[in-house]
Design a protein around this ligand. Structure first.
Ligand SMILES: NC(=O)c1ccc[n+]([C@@H]2O[C@H](COP(=O)([O-])OP(=O)(O)OC[C@H]3O[C@@H](n4cnc5c(N)ncnc54)[C@H](O)[C@@H]3O)[C@@H](O)[C@H]2O)c1
Length: 303
């Protein structure tokens, strides 16, 4: 079913958790001229956000973005004042368990999300208002998702320069296991194995080692939540990597090089405001880059 959605006034945004991701989002929204408020349990994070023009308030309205560490997601609103009409979203790196828990708490007011950006740094000192520019932002379209609320959250992502990828939580977790959980686990294994190889190996380590191990410099609590919270898909994705390592090495090197250097073009598409059509765009590897009144514009890889 597809139906037109009238253009709506831009809602304010409230960000709970003003660390690397939340602080960056709030700062980017300030730069985009959007009304934005925020809250953090840490007074120094509140102070840093206020200095960037974010209104500090425990009263949350419009689109409320939960940008706290995943273990804190279900309690992040405790003691705060949530407008009953607010749309709640999160940016946690795992979606299945989060969508189940926050969907149970907020019903169809909740839309799960995950921007695919961030660095190994954390805290408000790592704030970067350009963090979301050009990033993909996965946004969950479950069978019960309210499409009008999904679009409100999508507009926030588009406002900070991200491209929106419609997904189900299960599809997200399978896909992200391959490109996020596995790299974190492999980076940990590489770093630990090189340490076992001894000081000479570490003394000679240069670009390949630095790039291959960068992400394991992240906060171990963040990485643990990311891999353990997605354990099933991460295990399956790791099995695929282990199977690749069993191939003859010349074949493996060629296959990896070909996959990494393939550069498909892009074909512009219009997609109706319809769950099946939007999910098909995400499955094709495409994304939404603009909202219109009765459809969205985006692109798919050109094969
Ligand atoms: N770091 C990444 O690369 C990355 C990428 C995409 C998504 N994420 C997700 O974004 C979320 C935040 O990650 P981050 O890297 O910005 O973490 P961070 O540690 O930089 O920031 C988290 C902030 O939340 C605050 N906080 C903790 N508990 C709180 C509570 N109950 N109420 C209010 N504030 C609270 C902390 O004081 C801190 O300022 C996580 O859910 C993570 O999975 C992270």
């Amino acid at each position: 079913m597809s139906f037109p959605v009238p253009t709506m006034p831009v809602p304010p945004v409230s960000v709970v958790g003003l660390g690397q991701l939340g602080g960056s989002l709030a700062a980017a929204l300030v730069a985009a001229g959007r009304p934005v408020s925020g809250w953090d349990v840490d007074p120094s994070a509140r102070g840093a956000a206020a200095a960037r023009g974010v209104a500090i308030s425990p009263e949350l309205t419009g689109v409320v973005v939960l940008a706290v560490p995943m273990p804190a997601l279900t309690s992040a609103l405790d003691g705060l004042f949530l407008d009953p009409d607010a749309t709640v979203t999160d940016i946690g790196s795992v979606k299945g368990a989060v969508v189940a828990a926050l969907g149970a708490a907020h019903g169809d007011r909740f839309v799960g999300g995950h921007p695919m950006c961030g660095t190994e740094r954390s805290g408000h000192q790592a704030t970067d208002p350009t963090l979301f520019a050009g990033a993909r932002w996965a946004l969950c379209l479950e069978p019960g998702t309210d499409l009008r609320r999904w679009l409100r959250v999508a507009e926030v992502a588009l406002a900070v320069g991200a491209e929106v990828v419609p997904v189900t939580a299960a599809e997200h977790d399978d896909a992200v296991a391959a490109i996020s959980a596995v790299p974190h686990l492999l980076a940990a294994a590489l770093a630990a194995a090189a340490a076992e190889a001894g000081p000479l190996a570490l003394g000679l380590a240069a670009g390949s080692f630095r790039d291959g191990t960068r992400v394991i410099a992240s906060d171990p609590r963040f990485v643990t939540a990311l891999v353990e919270g997605n354990a099933g898909p991460a295990g399956a994705a790791l099995d695929r990597v282990l199977a690749q390592l069993d191939r003859p090495w010349p074949d493996l090197v060629t296959a990896g090089h070909t996959a990494r250097t393939a550069a498909p073009g892009r074909r512009a598409v219009r997609v109706p405001l319809d769950r099946a059509a939007l999910l098909a765009l995400g499955r094709a590897g495409g994304a939404v880059d603009r909202r219109q009144a009765a459809f969205v514009e985006g692109w798919v890889p050109e094969v």
